[in-house]
Design a protein around this ligand. Structure first.
Ligand code: SF4
Length: 350
């Protein structure tokens, strides 16, 4: 198997985000700004957004101050749907690059901006379009099913794009006599194989963030906190390993909940539990604490921080709006082919 692309440095001399090879490992985390600085920059950002007719979309794993200044927050699929519906001229996507690409694929007539060109994704970087073409050539007639964390070029080679929450249904809907090539997340692939009892060829990719989340740690946390629920978010690669541990019976199913971001917020409002162990990227704690300030939230792993998501700061968001950078551009022929599996994913999810 060919290794993933190597790291190349960020270039500030261009306003196009697509010109860069996205990094495999994230840059260091930025320092948190003071409350005064947050207020000052947030006011400037809202003024620029109005002036430029821009909508700001922020993934739930962005730093809190970026989530707070955005028009909409959500997961990658929800934000893509939001991007396809907006009347704004510009979409500023505070998330990682493959998400901004999906917004551009669904809204090709709009200007889509990503504030930091280093906002890659180690999972999406783990498979290239050429690797998919080679894989298909080795398995003629196979159906290609890819997790949403892939580049537009990979999506253009894909039959079905899936989220973690609909992957099992999609695989079940594919005729039994068809071979399935599933990528790029090996944990999600293994989980889907167990749930559907259907062997697939699974690409051995993974997200670096979930490396620290292990089943023994999760079960020990449940044992140590009998009053706690364990919540696993299914929409990002950092938690698909925990889903697989659940399917294997390595963690207690009675107190474990696989939930979307909205589902987590609803769950904490109605659950009797006072404490929640959360197995996903730490950005989710901000909306959870806003929704249920009287509850305790504990990370399943201290290491579950996505440095790619945290590259986007208020300064960079302000610069993006002010200077129209960095634009996300996709070859129209690739975008047209990539739209097919994305629209299938949305129609299956809706
Ligand atoms: S947490 Fe992992 S899968 Fe999610 S964006 Fe970051 S690197 Fe990609």
């Amino acid at each position: 198997m060919t290794p993933p692309p190597t790291v190349t440095p960020e270039r500030e001399d261009s306003k196009r985000a697509e010109a860069f090879m996205l990094p495999v490992m994230p840059p260091p985390l930025p320092e948190a700004p003071s409350a005064e600085r947050i207020a000052e920059l947030s006011a400037e950002i809202r003024g620029l957004a109005a002036q430029k007719n821009a909508v700001i979309l922020a993934h739930n794993y962005q730093v809190p101050e970026v989530q707070d200044v955005a028009d909409y927050t959500g997961d990658s699929l929800g934000l893509s749907i939001e991007a396809s519906k907006t009347d704004a001229e510009r979409i500023v996507f505070c998330g990682v690059h493959f998400m901004a690409e999906s917004a551009k694929v669904l809204s090709p007539e709009k200007t889509v901006l990503i504030p930091d060109t280093r906002a890659g994704c180690s999972l999406a970087s783990g498979i290239t379009a050429q690797q998919v073409r080679d894989w298909k050539a080795e398995n003629p007639g196979a159906v290609v099913v890819m997790y949403v964390n892939t580049t537009a070029e990979v999506k253009a080679e894909t039959d079905y794009c899936v989220t973690s929450s609909n992957a099992v249904n999609v695989v079940n809907a594919i005729p039994q006599d068809k071979e399935i090539l599933f990528g790029p997340d090996m944990f999600l692939g293994s989980y889907v194989e167990k749930m559907t009892k259907r062997p697939m060829k699974v690409w051995m990719g993974e997200c670096h963030v979930h490396a620290g989340i292990r089943p023994a740690d999760l079960q020990k946390m449940l044992d140590d906190s009998p009053e706690a629920d364990l919540m696993i978010h299914p929409e990002c690669g950092c938690s698909t390993s925990a889903m697989e541990y659940l399917a294997c019976g390595d963690i207690d199913p009675d107190r474990t909940f696989i939930l979307s971001t909205g589902g987590m917020i609803e769950h904490v409002k109605k659950s009797k539990a006072k404490k929640f162990i959360v197995a996903t990227e730490e950005g989710i704690f901000h909306p959870l604490r806003l929704a249920a300030p009287d509850r305790e939230f504990v990370p399943a792993s201290d290491g579950a921080v996505c440095g790619f998501m945290k590259t986007i700061t208020l300064e960079r968001l302000r610069d993006s709006l002010r200077d129209d950078k960095f634009t996300v551009e996709i070859d129209p022929a690739i975008a047209e082919r990539a739209r097919v599996p994305i629209e299938r994913m949305i129609s299956i999810t809706a």
